[in-house]
Design a protein around this ligand. Structure first.
Ligand SMILES: [Zn+2]
Length: 218
């Protein structure tokens, strides 16, 4: 009896300590984003269960159409757009960096629209979450995401989407919500939403067919 007690106590303490460290790491976002080698900031995971970390700050660059993008993603975005134009494809950033309050407004506007169509508040909120993240949970708040469409005059959206799907990874961008990963991302297929992760990660995810959640668990 005495012997068993001595063996068990340190084990219980060890498990409790490991659990505590894990909870803290998940809570601050360190485990999935911020502590992964060089360029870790580019790999930050923001989704329904991972909020933008407290104190996260973004320096943005304003684009010609008034949208803005984080300065980490900007040079590669520019290169990607130059390459697209050289191929006769004309993209634009339809929505780039968003503040928390802009995200909140987008979310609540969509909830209101759905409620006007007869949904309950909970139904409207659940439906909205499939396409618009709650404030604090949108990649647009990181400055690393952009909704990219056609410039509206030179080509169609579908031509832009198809060019991006074939080429964006070369510039460090990934299609963040692919049609075959909805069960993992819990977000509908969005052919316009691209996320900067850096070239190394983008190439690896492309080669292995992984979405960001899967890649970060490797
Ligand atoms: Zn988006």
């Amino acid at each position: 009896m005495r012997k068993r007690k001595h063996v068990r106590m340190p084990l219980v303490i060890l498990i409790a300590a490991a659990l505590f460290v894990f909870v803290i790491a998940v809570g601050t976002g360190d485990i999935f984003g911020l502590s992964i080698g060089n360029g870790a900031k580019d790999l930050i995971l923001v989704n329904e269960s991972h909020a933008v970390p407290l104190g996260y700050s973004v320096k943005t660059v304003e684009l010609r159409n008034g949208e803005s993008i984080g300065e980490d993603a900007y040079p590669q975005l520019q290169k990607m757009f130059d390459a697209a134009r050289a191929d006769g494809v004309y993209p634009k950033v339809n929505s780039g960096y968003r503040t928390a309050s802009e995200q909140r407004r987008l979310f609540s506007e969509n909830v209101s629209e759905l409620r006007a169509k007869g949904m309950s508040y909970t139904e409207a909120e659940n439906e909205t979450e499939k396409s618009i993240a709650k404030s604090g949970h949108s990649e647009h708040q990181t400055g690393l995401a952009a909704d990219i469409t056609s410039d509206g005059t030179h080509c169609s959206d579908s031509i832009v989407y198809s060019w991006l799907e074939n080429n964006a990874y070369k510039y460090g961008f990934i299609l963040r919500y692919p049609a075959d990963k909805i069960d993992i991302t819990h977000t509908n297929y969005e052919p316009w939403h691209y996320r900067y992760v850096g070239c190394k990660a983008a190439y690896a995810m492309r080669a292995k067919g992984l979405c960001l959640e899967e890649y970060l668990k490797l």
